[in-house]
Design a protein around this ligand. Structure first.
Ligand code: ADP
Ligand code: MG
Length: 488
């Protein structure tokens, strides 16, 4: 079979991959296809080579070691001539792009998300307790206590969390097959615990006998210490290693806990080798967790790492409206707008604010008005807050490196400019409310992958180079001093 396909387009790449995928499906087992080709997406074909995107380095190495011959011969079969195979690591494209196995659904704002089947039945009831399902989990410390609100259905998806949400869905659909581990990170109050519990609910909905262990890293640590003291390590290990899914919230709690890290490393390996799913959340990327062993950092990156960012204005509005609907109250649009404009960092605070307003109004028998909101929450009034802007970051960075702001915004790539620009992008990400796209646009119309690269690079050098760490920290201090409320 020889396909006649135009060169140089994603569409051509998709067509070729579709045919190659079909041919692979005829020769490999369903499990192999599901595990290794489910999240692969073709992104380019230039006549000489086909480029695929995969979710992780681990995924790429596995395909190269085990399936490159099959793919190459399928390619030759499809195109009639041999062409090269290139594989790039791009979790966003791999997960959000199309796969012949699972056609994506169009989302409201025209970006694609993986095909997700909506739950036909409601989420499990309050305080699901799985202890009676499995003798292993009968111990009271292993009861699965979930917040009944933390379901996928109650999770508002926006640009800030879409990738993490898609990853969580992927894991629920294909535990231990899609991504292992799933590592979600982001600062407090942005929905990590909600998504983690959403995974638990969805897994139980799909397969009620799934043995899930959901716990905080602090609980893991306490169990471990108790087991050490009682000399009951064998039992501890047997329990932790006999589950289908281990979900550990706030894994950054491993910081500075050498023995617990050691134990967690072995738990991780045992589960991973047994093809059991591991899901983790952290308030910072793995490499920024103080003293976290390199081998854990690298394992945490084996699967899918997804950041939950601060919600944009539209998402904040949607969350407030959802919350008001759940509480069965009607809140005037101007108040929803006011709250969304002023509480920008944290979804928990956003929820707290609406609870406070509704609670106070009910207690005082007052109607909810802007005046009431201003009275009970003077701290969020406009005039008292300060916002770090792009210009502020660019000003401190250009001063430090003796450059003009225009240099930072130029297309020039000389190291003396490129490096300060990367520092400015890194600081913009941490100190302003802007998205990767907006930061890229400000710094010379670059795209979000360039910004991501800059952030990764500076994160890395800050860890390894004391001089740069000092420079970057002092710039961050300058920003915090000038704008004491930090990110607004
Ligand atoms: P984290 O674990 O990141 O600190 P949580 O998961 O505890 O944050 O979320 C804080 C609160 O905000 C919870 O009540 C949660 O339900 C809510 N929340 C967070 N993200 C969303 C979202 N996208 N949609 C709806 N509610 C959300
Ligand atoms: Mg949490």
């Amino acid at each position: 079979m020889t396909a006649n396909v135009p060169e140089g387009s994603t569409a051509a790449a998709t067509d070729i991959w579709q045919a190659v995928f079909q041919s692979l499906s005829n020769n490999l087992s369903r499990d192999q296809i599901q595990t290794w080709f489910h999240r692969v997406c073709a992104i380019d074909y230039d006549g000489q080579s086909l480029t695929l995107a995969v979710p992780s380095e681990f995924h790429r190495n596995w395909i190269l070691e085990n399936y490159s011959n099959s793919i190459s011969s399928s390619l030759q079969f499809v195109l009639g001539v041999p062409i090269d195979l290139k594989i790039s690591i791009d979790p966003e494209k791999a997960i959000l792009g199309s796969s012949p196995l699972q056609k994506p659904l169009e989302n409201k704002d025209n970006r694609t998300i993986p095909a997700i089947s909506k739950p036909p039945v409601p989420a499990p009831p309050v305080r699901e307790n799985i202890s009676n399902r499995e003798p292993l989990l009968r111990d009271s410390s292993f009861q699965l206590s979930l917040n009944p609100n933390y379901t996928f259905d109650n999770f508002v998806v926006g640009p800030c969390n879409r990738f993490a949400y898609a990853g969580a869905m992927g894991v629920s659909e294909n535990p231990a097959k899609a991504y292992n581990p799933l590592f979600l990170h982001g600062s407090v109050g942005l929905g990590k615990t909600h998504l983690l519990q959403g995974v638990c609910y969805e897994l139980l909905r799909r397969k009620p006998t799934t043995r899930i262990l959901f716990l905080s890293c602090e609980t893991f640590t306490n169990h471990f210490i108790a087991a050490l003291e009682k000399g009951a390590l064998e039992e501890f290990r047997r329990r932790y290693r006999s589950v289908d899914i281990l979900v550990v919230d706030d894994i950054h709690f491993l910081a500075n806990k050498e023995r617990t890290q050691e134990e967690f490393f072995h738990t991780f390996n045992a589960l991973f080798q047994d093809e059991k799913q591991i899901v983790l959340s952290s308030d910072s990327p793995a490499q920024e967790i103080p003293t976290l062993q390199e081998r854990l950092i690298s394992r945490f990156k084996w699967g899918l790492e997804a950041e939950i960012e601060k919600p944009c204005f539209e998402t904040r509005i949607a969350i407030l409206q959802r919350k008001a609907r759940t509480m069965d109250v009607s809140i005037p649009d101007e108040i929803v707008q006011f709250l969304a404009e002023h509480i920008t960092n944290n979804i928990r605070e956003l929820e707290g604010a609406i609870n406070r307003v509704v609670g106070y109004a009910a207690l005082q028998r007052e109607t909810v008005s802007l005046d009431l909101v201003r009275r009970i929450m003077p701290e969020i009034d406009t005039d008292r807050t300060t916002v770090v802007r792009f210009e502020d970051v660019a000003a401190v960075v250009s001063k430090k490196f003796h450059l003009k702001i225009l240099d930072l915004q130029s297309r020039r790539r000389h190291q003396s400019i490129a490096f300060p620009r990367q520092v400015a992008m890194y600081l913009s990400r941490r100190h302003t409310k802007h998205s990767l796209e907006e930061i890229g646009a400000y710094y010379g119309g670059r795209d979000h992958t360039t910004v991501l690269y800059a952030i990764d690079k500076i994160t890395d050098v800050v860890r390894t180079d004391a001089n740069i760490r000092e420079t970057v920290n002092s710039l961050a201090d300058d920003l915090s001093r000038s704008f004491p409320r930090g990110v607004h």
